[in-house]
Design a protein around this ligand. Structure first.
Ligand SMILES: Nc1nc2c(ncn2[C@@H]2O[C@H](COP(=O)(O)OP(=O)(O)OP(=O)(O)O)[C@@H](O)[C@H]2O)c(=O)[nH]1
Ligand SMILES: [Mg+2]
Length: 349
């Protein structure tokens, strides 16, 4: 049996992208200089599985895919962190591909910034001409920004600083620009895609854009299956983070109760303030991978469609994020001892 992965995984904002980086390289945060990352740092048990063309011989349409897309507004991190990270991960992935005895295509990772196109400058959020083009293109009926809440000189160094309303507007603005930051993702997604979306739901960028991005993919790319993995804030975080998460959950509730099903499933991931960050992020990565490997009808059972009978509330799946590790060697030894025991009994009989 092949190990399944999402065909596309989108990490949006700081929390979303860190989890996707960890999916590729579990210890990426502990590496001082990204240039020091090597093939040994990759999560090879997933990457080699995607790369291995076993399934290709059986069924050409079932070559495993895993293309990751990192999306953010933070212009400081874009050049200091995200491009160096995605470039380096891509480089070591390529080395692994080249070392494969067959000609294979492994997973990919790429970065896009929502505010790097000339159309997405802060001052354009206040331009009547631009706003009316956004209205025409997206069908948005009202515009929620004015001089009180937009600094026309904002260069988004550091992101949108929790202002969901700003990132939501920037996303719609990016859709009328010449350089759609979602181009790579759009080209990858098809009607049969399994898309994972990962966001910290209390932030600004991820929490402000994930619904609109899911809508774009769903309605313009043939209704792929999109599953949302939303990391909830823990109880020691700032009030604005809690408020953002509350607002985002209310929006999810609204789309669900008005039958606009954008997501196959909505998986909420609670955080605990005392959790070790590395362990917790690893557990989130395992939660996402486990979801794509649920057996039989498991995924449908968690799905929004199967919960159709509960019409008065939005169906969420709450993940119990924890990694339990079993020592494979000990289990194998125990199995061998048990088999020996049975053989001995059989012989005696
Ligand atoms: N598990 C985990 N959660 C994170 C991480 N980074 C941020 N978060 C959570 O995500 C929420 C904050 O969202 P971010 O993703 O940082 O925000 P953003 O989408 O980048 O938006 P802005 O920075 O406001 O532009 C908080 O609840 C954090 O606890 C991370 O590396 N791991
Ligand atoms: Mg951020």
């Amino acid at each position: 049996m092949r190990y399944n992965t999402p065909d596309q995984i989108i990490g949006i904002g700081g929390g979303g992208k860190d989890i996707v980086y960890r999916l590729f390289a579990p210890n990426i945060k502990e590496i001082d200089r990204i240039d020091d990352l090597t093939e040994d740092d990759l999560r090879t048990w997933v990457i080699d599985e995607v790369m291995d063309p076993k399934g290709l011989d059986l069924n050409r349409h079932h070559q495993e895919r895993m293309d990751a897309f990192i999306l953010d507004t933070d212009t400081d991190e874009a050049n200091n962190e995200d491009r160096p990270k995605t470039d380096k991960i891509s480089e070591v992935l390529k080395q692994r591909e080249d070392a494969h005895p067959q000609s294979v295509r492994g997973p990919t990772i790429s970065y896009a910034n929502l505010v790097e196109d000339s159309t997405t400058k802060a001052r354009h959020l206040l331009s009547e001409n631009k706003v009316s083009r956004v209205r025409d293109q997206t069908g948005i009926s009202c515009w929620w920004l004015n001089d009180d809440n937009v600094d026309p000189y904002d260069d988004f160094g550091g992101g949108v600083f929790r202002r969901r309303s700003l990132s939501k507007a920037l996303y719609s603005m990016s859709q009328i620009g010449t350089d759609d930051p979602l181009n790579g993702l759009r080209n990858a997604v098809t009607s049969t895609s399994d898309v994972a979306m990962v966001v910290g739901i209390g932030g600004g960028t991820g929490a402000g854009t994930f619904l609109d991005i899911a809508k774009t993919l769903k309605y313009q790319h043939g209704f792929p299956d999109v599953t949302l993995f939303a990391v909830l804030p823990h109880d020691d975080e700032e009030d604005d983070i809690g408020a953002n998460a509350y607002a985002a959950l209310s929006e999810l509730e609204y789309i669900s109760l008005t039958d606009q099903q954008l997501f196959e499933s909505i998986v909420l991931i609670p955080q605990f303030s005392d959790a070790n960050e590395t362990d917790f992020d690893e557990a989130i990565v395992r939660t996402i991978l486990s979801y794509y490997n649920l057996q039989g009808n498991g995924r449908n059972k968690l799905g929004v469609k199967d919960a159709g009978r509960l019409k008065s509330t939005a169906p969420f799946t709450l993940a119990a994020t924890q990694v339990l590790q079993y020592e494979g060697g000990i289990i194998k030894q125990a199995k061998e001892r048990l088999e020996q025991f049975y053989d001995d009994r059989e012989e005696l009989l």
